[in-house]
Design a protein around this ligand. Structure first.
Ligand SMILES: [Zn+2]
Length: 366
C-alpha cells in the first residue's frame, strides 16, 4: 500500500467514524466517561507518513484564489534577544579555516498576499535522496498556505528554516507597523503550523514545536538601516548570499544555472535559489550542482552550521553583487511593466534578472 493510500485510509476511517462518534456523544453516555471511540488514538508512524510524496502540480503558483486569504497570526509579545553587535549587518558568506570546503544551499519560499505560491517538491526530493542539508527561508504566509509541507520541512533534521517575512514586502518601504508585522508574524506562523503538523521533530515540545528562526532573509535582498536594525533587534541574523543561481529567471535553463553557478562557488559560499515554484529550472539543475560540487570536495551544511564553522563576512548594507544594486526595487512598480517579461511576476523572492536597460540596471539581478 502506498503512503498516499495509507493516508487516505486513515482519513476515510476518521470520516466513517464521525457519525458513530456523534452518536456516542448522545445523552445516553454516562457523565464523566468517554466512549471508546474518543480514547487516545495509537501513536502514528510519522516516519512512514512524513514526508508525503511530492506532486508536480504543487509547483504551480495560484494568483487571486480564496486559499490566499489567511489571517495574520498574533505576534504581539514575542520575546526577542537582539543579536550580538558583531553579528549585525548583512551576512554574505563565511570565511572558513583553510582546507574546509563547506557550502550552504538556500532556497526561498516567497509568497505575496494574494497568491498561493508553489512547493517545488523535486528540490526537496533530491535533497533528501542525496542527504544534502539545506536552509529554507519561508514566508509566514507561505507556511500557512502550505501547512503540511511546512510541517514536514520543520520536522526534518537536515533542514533549517529561516524567516522570509510575512508577505514578501520590500522592507525599505515599510512603515513601522508593517515592518513589525513582516518580521514577527512569520515567527508566530511557523510555531503554529509546526505545532499542528503530524510530523514532529524528535526534540519538539508542546511549547516549542520547532526552533525559533534564527535567520532572516530580506525580500529582494533589499534593506536599509532601519529594517536591518529591526531584524537584528528581533534576534535574527540577516543572511544574504554571495552566489545566486539566477533561477528566478525563466530564461535560465538548468544547464545555464549549473554553468553560471559552479565557477562562483568557493568555500563558505551561501547559494541563493528558490523552491516556491519560481525557481524555474532549479529542480533539474540541482542534482548536477550537488554532484559537481561534491566532486570538487564540497560538503553541504545549513547556514547555521556554516556560521559555526568560521567567521561571517558582513557588510553594513544589502546588495546583490555591489552596493546599491538593489535600490531599484524601491521603484519596481514604475518600470516593471516595461522591463519584465509578462510570464515573470515581480513578486519572486529575489526578482529575476531584467534585460539590461540602463547603466543603473546593468549586471545580474536576483
Ligand atoms: Zn523571496
Amino acid at each position: 500500500m502506498s503512503i498516499d493510500s495509507v493516508r487516505f485510509a486513515l482519513f476515510a476511517a476518521l470520516v466513517l467514524a464521525l457519525p458513530s462518534i456523534a452518536m456516542a456523544e448522545s445523552p445516553a453516555a454516562p457523565p464523566g466517561t468517554r466512549p471508546d471511540a474518543l480514547s487516545e488514538p495509537p501513536p502514528r508512524d510519522t516516519a512512514a507518513l512524513c514526508p508525503l510524496p511530492s506532486r508536480p502540480e504543487e509547483k504551480l503558483v495560484h494568483k487571486n484564489v480564496p486559499e490566499a486569504h489567511v489571517a495574520v497570526p498574533d505576534y504581539a509579545g514575542l520575546p526577542a534577544t537582539p543579536v550580538a553587535p558583531e553579528l549585525t549587518g548583512s551576512i554574505r558568506r563565511v570565511e572558513l579555516p583553510a582546507g574546509r570546503k563547506l557550502v550552504a544551499l538556500t532556497f526561498d519560499l516567497c509568497e505575496t498576499p494574494n497568491e498561493v505560491a508553489g512547493y517545488d517538491g523535486e528540490i526537496l526530493d533530491t535533497l533528501r535522496a542525496e542527504h544534502v542539508a539545506a536552509t529554507f527561508f519561508a514566508g509566514g504566509h507561505w507556511a500557512l498556505t502550505h501547512a503540511d509541507r511546512f510541517g514536514e520541512m520543520a520536522a526534518d533534521g537536515s533542514f533549517e528554516i529561516g524567516n522570509h517575512t510575512w508577505t514578501h514586502a520590500n522592507l525599505r518601504l515599510a512603515d513601522p507597523e508593517k515592518l513589525r508585522r513582516e518580521i514577527l508574524a512569520p515567527i508566530a506562523a511557523f510555531s503554529t503550523v509546526a505545532g499542528q503538523s503530524m510530523c514532529r521533530r524528535p526534540d519538539a515540545t508542546a511549547d516549542a514545536p520547532m526552533p525559533r528562526p534564527r535567520l532572516f532573509r530580506f525580500p529582494f535582498g533589499a534593506c536599509n538601516p532601519t529594517s536591518m536594525q529591526a531584524v537584528n533587534a528581533a534576534g535574527m541574523l540577516a543572511i544574504q548570499w554571495d552566489v545566486s543561481t539566477d533561477d528566478a529567471s525563466p530564461l535560465m535553463s538548468a544547464d545555464a544555472i549549473v554553468k553560471s553557478t559552479l565557477p562562483e562557488v568557493r568555500p563558505g559560499s551561501i547559494i541563493l535559489a528558490h523552491a516556491n515554484g519560481r525557481g524555474y529550472h532549479t529542480g533539474s539543475a540541482l542534482p548536477r550542482l550537488i554532484r559537481e560540487l561534491r566532486a570538487r570536495g564540497y560538503a553541504f551544511v545549513t547556514v547555521s552550521e556554516l556560521l559555526a564553522a568560521g567567521r561571517p563576512v558582513i557588510t553594513a548594507s544589502c546588495y546583490n553583487e555591489r552596493p546599491g544594486d538593489t535600490d531599484k526595487y524601491d521603484t519596481w512598480g514604475l518600470h516593471k511593466a516595461a522591463a519584465q517579461p509578462k510570464s515573470q511576476p515581480p513578486s519572486t523572492a529575489a526578482p529575476a534578472k531584467l534585460p539590461a536597460a540602463t547603466p543603473a540596471q546593468s549586471g545580474r539581478i536576483n
